[in-house]
Ligand binder design. Structure first.
Ligand SMILES: *[C@@H]1O[C@H](CO)[C@@H](O)[C@H](O)[C@H]1NC(C)=O
Ligand SMILES: *[C@@H]1O[C@H](CO)[C@@H](O)[C@H](O)[C@H]1NC(C)=O
Ligand SMILES: *[C@@H]1O[C@H](CO)[C@@H](O)[C@H](O)[C@H]1NC(C)=O
Ligand SMILES: *[C@@H]1O[C@H](CO)[C@@H](O)[C@H](O)[C@H]1NC(C)=O
Ligand SMILES: *[C@@H]1O[C@H](CO)[C@@H](O)[C@H](O)[C@H]1NC(C)=O
Ligand SMILES: *[C@@H]1O[C@H](CO)[C@@H](O)[C@H](O)[C@H]1NC(C)=O
Ligand SMILES: *[C@@H]1O[C@H](CO)[C@@H](O)[C@H](O)[C@H]1NC(C)=O
Ligand SMILES: *[C@@H]1O[C@H](CO)[C@@H](O)[C@H](O)[C@H]1NC(C)=O
Ligand SMILES: CC(=O)N[C@H]1CO[C@H](CO)[C@@H](O)[C@@H]1O
Length: 890
């Protein structure tokens, strides 16, 4: 839990850094930059501070938001100061039914908005589905499945009465393979992540639920994300870890997928726990005001991660719009906003236009996804699954029916099974041992990961254990299973139907039983299928000493020994891996008795059926690795920070590798991976041929220029509201520890002491922060997602993909670019398409290349530029199998 701090102290964080943006400005903590690292000089072209950027850009209704903007302005114009503050501030942890609720506006019949986890399904309820995790669906490389998954998750949230689904995730992006929450996001490649997040946002919001894309930004590890959490693990640090990211890397890597989410219309963005260049994610005016709301033209609202807010005025002026869950620290009854925000408006410290902008953004997102047309009451309670319980769980008040057990699953489980099998990557298949016939005389199934969690599928809170098969990892990114089909059950069903024999050993340490069964399988020329896993999760839970982040990239539960014990006596050993990210499989890639390897990710409720569909050939694998599988953790070059490196100060995590993460690093360092990014086999074979490029006349790039309009103020003059009019109403029944917008006293001095805003405003309001006059527009901005001309299509690449085998299959042709400069990655992914092709026939791969795709970030002009270096386009079937290439005719 973060310590309580005074607003004045914390504002130093918001305003930190006086340097102007400058491509050559030195990184302020240069002692942390290893100048002898060969990657640093080239990649970290301009480490920056977090230069202040004020005022916070106000919403303008651009990019398809005009109608929602107008409706929201009309609505907010009717609101009083207190009602506006209510919209912005959560009522406190466990004070209402959802993981977060803001105050209601009863006068206008506007209910308390409900924010609910999570990115795999509705969390903390029942009769919901569990979808494959983000990092698993990413392996489909299938836009249609990205959208379908988003839509179906959105429908389930909608029907539970949720307003905001707290997903999808593109932060962490996946800088380090060990990072605990990578599985919630998609891929360390920004383009794969960007396409996946865009389709997911569109899907969720088509269902009438606001998507909250998270965590913005640089949230690349669990260790040290919160001072209090770190203290619980025995680390003495004053502040959250600072992800120190240079301007090029920020734009070309970490911000890239957020641009896609904003362009897709995400209604909310969650700011993160960590600091970015030594300023907290929820009060960093550079990342929120400049990058997100300025350059990316984000029209929705920024909500804090739970307890990620560290200041009142500072976060308001730096661009945060909603405080979650509202209290400074869970259960304190104190808030940086609520009463504090009311006081800050009354005395002019925070200008009214900023509050109006917060409220407008929140209500506009609500209209944008059509929530004014949907009236489904929240019909569950996060804090109990009992039918009756306390409405205000924190304080045990309001006993009533809180759960209606509404089954929102519809027919989604069929689609979930399809999504999971289409996410399964075939890495090795010697002599076509797969698919299996299902008529093998004896099948031996091995591994705890094949079977049940003895505590039940939901037996460990927030899935904080690694018992039984890994259908989901741990943390707040979880949901309760309605059932979990284990691999063993599905394989038994398959084989028993065929009257074949199947036996299993699911104790990974039962060496003699394992050897006995594996030997018998070998003897009768059957097949051994070994299930292994590697788990991770969110930092507040430690499993087997893994404090969210993984301590290693090896298999858990004695998995390596298990594979060795089986394969040393059985020459037809199939290995299936469930994992939250990369694991070290180098020992098995060339091991003769390991005849097949499958990566099945974190598949959700239909785990067993989906792997059986692959093993027995009902689904021909077509998935591709969304990351690189190396042979040691060192090969990745981007390990986590496991120990504080700045005394008792904020740990400093310098992203000195720049844009060189995952395959870009392996390519640059000349390391041959075990299985490369984009790799995946099929039961049939494909070739690619006949690459062609056509150019489009898109015209020259026009930097956005001119001025914005002035900040609108809506309704009456809030700062002239009488203190007496914002007191607690006499007739209100106050719920203990609940966060309200009202004051206790009409005496300004007393209200100030209650709010801690006693210091003169000038001492902590950053220069320009209250200025609502027209502002210069940002050259790289102009609409949601950035300058619209960045998305102009400059080229279209086509190639022929032929199925040269004997069965129908799916292939993912991939388009990569080399941008020509001496410091550019060898190749970067830019487009792909999953094609279904009948045997003996061909299909055409068609991929657009946009202006953004061929541009590099220029720190001096603060814009995207197309360098004069010659550029090459490549087409192939993985990041290292690129048989076709052509120069881009720029
Ligand atoms: C900006 O860069 C120029 C060199 O191009 C340098 O002279 C100047 O000192 C830099 N400004 C800052 C604030 O670092
Ligand atoms: C603010 O929200 C609280 C909690 O929902 C509600 O009780 C109160 O009436 C709201 N106040 C106003 C003025 O709408
Ligand atoms: C106002 O915020 C300060 C922290 O800056 C906190 O200590 C105080 O309790 C808050 N006031 C209320 C009424 O929540
Ligand atoms: C389940 O997991 C917990 C925590 O990891 C572990 O201590 C326990 O032994 C496991 N129990 C079973 C029955 O697998
Ligand atoms: C890696 O971590 C897992 C989970 O904590 C543990 O079971 C395994 O023994 C570790 N591997 C090594 C090589 O230490
Ligand atoms: C492969 O399996 C056979 C049994 O079929 C065994 O004799 C041999 O030692 C195994 N090879 C390895 C490398 O484990
Ligand atoms: C496994 O070994 C047996 C002899 O023990 C041999 O007949 C069979 O062909 C081998 N299978 C594979 C897949 O190598
Ligand atoms: C805000 O109100 C408090 C308490 O009345 C006071 O100390 C502070 O100076 C005020 N700031 C402004 C700008 O009026
Ligand atoms: C020059 C500068 O900004 N230095 C910063 C380096 O990081 C520490 C973080 O703990 C800051 O306190 C310094 O101000």
């Amino acid at each position: 839990m973060p310590a309580l701090r005074t607003a004045a102290t914390l504002l130093a964080g918001a305003a930190l850094g006086s340097a102007q943006l400058n491509g050559t400005a030195p990184f302020p903590n240069s002692t942390h930059v290893n100048a002898s690292d060969p990657n640093t000089a080239a990649a970290a072209q301009s480490f920056q501070t977090s230069p202040p950027f004020y005022p916070s850009p106000w919403m303008d209704g651009s990019g398809g938001w005009a109608a929602a903007y107008q409706k929201a302005q009309a609505f907010v114009s009717q609101l009083t100061l207190i009602e506006k503050v209510n919209l912005t501030t959560g009522v406190g942890w466990e004070e209402e039914q959802c993981v977060g609720n803001v105050g209601a506006i009863p006068r206008l019949g506007f209910r308390s908005l409900c924010m609910q986890d999570s990115p795999v399904g509705v969390r903390l309820t029942d009769f919901n589905s569990v979808f494959p995790a983000g990092g698993t669906i990413a392996a489909t490389w299938d836009r249609g499945l990205f959208y379908q998954r988003g839509y179906e998750m959105g429908m389930e949230h909608r029907n539970k009465g949720v307003d905001v689904q707290l997903g999808p995730v593109v932060g962490p992006l996946g800088r380090s393979p060990e990072a605990g929450r990578n599985w919630e996001g998609f891929s360390p490649d920004p383009v794969l992540s960007g396409i996946a997040v865009g389709e997911t946002v569109r899907g969720i919001q088509a269902a009438g639920v606001i998507a909250c894309t998270k965590h913005f930004i640089g949230n690349e590890q669990e260790h040290f994300r919160q001072q209090g959490e770190a203290a619980g693990y025995g680390f003495n640090i004053s502040d959250s870890i600072s992800a120190n990211i240079d301007d090029v890397t920020m734009h070309e890597l970490y911000l890239w997928p957020f641009a896609d989410a904003v362009r897709a219309g995400t209604g909310a963005i969650m700011c993160s726990y960590n600091q970015i260049n030594n300023s907290y994610g929820c009060q960093n005016s550079h990342t929120l005001n400049y990058l997100l709301k300025g350059e990316l033209g984000f029209q929705g609202f920024v909500m804090s991660d739970w307890q990620a807010q560290h200041s009142g005025v500072g976060s308001a002026l730096a661009g945060m719009d909603m405080s979650m869950p509202g209290d400074t620290v869970f259960g304190t009854g104190r808030s940086y906003w609520g009463t504090n925000l009311t006081v800050a408006i009354l005395n002019g410290t925070v200008p009214q236009w900023r509050l109006d902008d917060m409220a407008t953004r929140i209500v506009a997102a609500w209209y944008y996804v059509g929530r004014d047309q949907i009236n489904i009451p929240t019909n569950f309670d996060s804090w109990t699954t009992n039918t009756f319980g306390y409405r205000h769980a924190l304080v045990g008040q309001g006993y009533e029916q809180v759960n209606y057990h509404v089954d929102v699953r519809d027919e989604h489980t069929t689609d979930i099974r399809n999504m999971a099998s289409r996410s399964t990557v075939l890495l090795k298949n010697v002599d076509n041992v797969l698919p299996l016939s299902g008529k093998e005389k004896l099948t031996g199934v091995f591994g705890e990961d094949a079977g049940e969690n003895l505590y039940g599928p939901n037996g460990c809170g927030d899935r904080g254990c690694d018992n039984g098969t890994l259908g989901m990892a741990w943390g707040s990114g979880t949901a309760n299973f309605p059932f979990l089909i284990t691999p063993l059950t599905a394989i038994q069903n398959e084989l028993v139907a065929n009257n074949a024999a199947v036996e299993s050993v699911t104790d990974n340490w039962a060496a003699s039983q394992i050897e006995a069964l594996a030997s018998r399988v070998n003897d009768v020329k059957g097949v051994a299928i070994v299930f292994v896993n590697s788990d991770s999760g969110e930092g507040y839970i430690s499993v087997d000493g893994n404090e969210g982040d993984r301590n290693n990239l090896t298999l858990w539960q004695n998995g390596n020994t298990l594979i060795t014990n089986v394969s040393s006596v059985c020459n037809n050993t199939v290995v299936v891996v469930h994992s939250t990210g990369p694991v070290l499989l180098g020992a098995y890639a060339n091991s003769p008795n390991v005849t097949a390897i499958l990566w099945a990710g974190v598949p959700g409720e239909q785990s067993g059926n989906s792997i059986a569909d692959i093993l027995y050939g009902r689904v021909n694998p077509g998935a591709k690795l969304p990351f690189t599988l190396g042979s040691t953790r060192e090969e990745y070059g981007t390990d986590l920070l496991y120990q504080p490196n700045n005394g008792a100060g904020a740990p400093q995590d310098d992203f000195t590798e720049g844009v060189f993460i995952d395959y870009r690093h392996f390519d640059r360092a000349g390391i041959t991976p075990v299985y490369e990014f984009g790799f995946g086999l099929s039961y049939t074979t494909f070739t690619v041929s006949n690459m062609q490029i056509s150019s489009h006349a898109a015209g020259a790039y026009t930097p956005t220029s001119g001025m914005t309009s002035a900040a609108p103020t809506l309704g009456g003059n809030d700062s002239s509201t009488a203190y007496a009019d914002v007191l607690f109403p006499a007739n209100i029944t106050r719920i203990p520890l609940y966060i309200y917008p009202y004051l206790n006293s009409s005496d300004p001095a007393a209200s100030a002491s209650e709010s801690d805003y006693g210091a003169p405003a000038s001492s902590f309001v950053p220069a320009g922060a209250t200025n609502g006059s027209p502002q210069s527009r940002i050259a790289a901005g102009g609409a949601p997602g950035g300058n619209p001309e960045l998305y102009d299509v400059l080229f279209t690449v086509t190639a022929t993909v032929s199925n040269t085998g004997r069965i129908a299959g799916e292939e993912v042709p991939q388009l990569y670019l080399n941008l020509g400069g001496p410091n550019e990655p060898k190749v970067v992914l830019r487009n792909f398409e999953r094609l279904s092709i009948q045997p003996g026939t061909s299909a055409t791969f068609t991929a657009d290349i946009t202006r953004r795709d061929v541009s590099s970030w220029d720190t001096v002009s603060q814009n995207w530029v197309i360098t004069t270096y010659p550029k090459t386009a490549y087409v192939g079937t993985s990041s290292r199998s690129l048989p076709l290439s052509m120069a881009l005719p720029l």
